[in-house]
Design a protein around this ligand. Structure first.
Ligand SMILES: NC(=O)c1ccc[n+]([C@@H]2O[C@H](COP(=O)([O-])OP(=O)(O)OC[C@H]3O[C@@H](n4cnc5c(N)ncnc54)[C@H](O)[C@@H]3O)[C@@H](O)[C@H]2O)c1
Length: 306
């Protein structure tokens, strides 16, 4: 057996955001079609260690990811993604921090492409941490941006992010802020990528038409979105079982009676039976599921395993 190891530079060189978005879209369609075996992830030490796995039946391939999360540390997310096929002796081991950022961006690209108005080009991103650059790249890949406002509790992080992304966003107006409430007022797309434990803005701060992605909260104790936004929007989620176990905002809104379970549509179902009109306000909530990592690992295996 040989194990091929790929780090951030090789992954970035090998996979474009558009490729990642297409691969993740296909994976969610396959998830809806019953092609995957995907247990809910194991969370240890209240989510400081995670173990995730997905098996794709028709290719007899599997992805196993281990993560260590610590928001006092930079990068906050480290670990390994291992790709394995029953028909092949060689394995691929990839840097989990890079795969995670890429696939978390990619799923937001899939959802934004499905749910945001075609002409939307004004993005407010809240949270300028490790996930942030790929959130921007993914939205830009499906809705070319005219304006980007980055909000962070630490203004220097927001400024550093826009400076680092500027070469990739020629002609895009770049703004920074520490005030999420005012920064979402004229947004057409909002991305939330923080480790917050309470809503980042009141529902009343949003315009009548907006698409909101929220990827930050992955434990029942974490929340980025207010109940009133979920109550008044079409809500698409990555995978229902994972969401009901881990998404603080969905659990909170269900317990408060703001929404019912029937109001939640899985991304795979939305992709395979798209409604012509999702309404003026749409929300995509993702806690992150293993089929996303499988999709990126497959792209890497195709490129790096002979
Ligand atoms: N859904 C998924 O698939 C997925 C994948 C990876 C990470 N995550 C989660 O996304 C979140 C962000 O991850 P990261 O790696 O970017 O973390 P990070 O620690 O690198 O960055 C988080 C940023 O959010 C900012 N922030 C926190 N609370 C804020 C608030 N109330 N207002 C404005 N800014 C605020 C912090 O200042 C920081 O810059 C984490 O909770 C992480 O677990 C989810």
């Amino acid at each position: 057996m040989k194990a091929m190891t790929v780090g951030e530079p090789e992954i970035r060189e090998a996979v474009t955001m558009k490729e990642a978005i297409d691969a993740v879209r296909h994976a969610f369609v396959d998830l809806a079609g019953g092609e995957f075996e995907m247990p809910t992830r194991t969370a240890l030490r209240d989510g400081q260690f995670l173990v995730m796995s997905a098996h794709h039946r028709s290719t007899a391939s599997a992805m196993f990811k281990t993560l260590s999360l610590n928001f006092e540390r930079k990068p906050a997310i480290t670990g390994t993604v291992t790709w394995s096929e029953t028909g092949r002796l060689d394995h691929l081991i990839a840097d989990a921090g890079t795969v995670t950022a890429l696939r978390t961006g990619a799923v937001v690209g899939v959802a934004t492409d499905l749910l945001a108005p075609p002409e939307a080009g004004r993005l407010t991103l809240i949270g300028a941490g490790g996930q942030a650059p790929d959130q921007v790249r993914a939205v830009h890949a499906v809705r070319p941006l005219r304006q980007l406002t980055v909000v962070d509790a630490a203004l220097d992080r927001a400024q550093a992010l826009v400076e680092s992304l500027a070469p990739e966003l020629p002609g895009v107006e770049l703004l920074t802020s520490t005030d999420a409430g005012s920064a979402v007022r004229e947004a057409e797309i909002v991305c939330c990528a923080t480790n917050a434990t309470s809503p980042l803005f009141p529902e009343s701060a949003l315009p009548a038409q907006v698409h909101v992605n929220a990827i930050g909260a992955y434990r029942p104790t974490m929340r980025e979105l207010p109940d009133a936004l979920l109550a008044g929007s079409t809500v698409v989620v990555d995978e229902l079982d994972a969401i009901l176990e881990e998404s603080g905002e969905i659990i909170h809104a269900l317990e408060a009676g703001a929404i019912t379970r029937d109001a939640l549509t899985e991304l795979g179902a939305a992709l395979t039976a798209p409604t012509a009109d999702f309404g003026k306000r749409t929300v995509f909530k993702s806690v992150g599921v293993a089929v996303q990592d499988w999709a990126i690992a497959r792209l890497l295996a195709d490129k790096f395993l002979a």
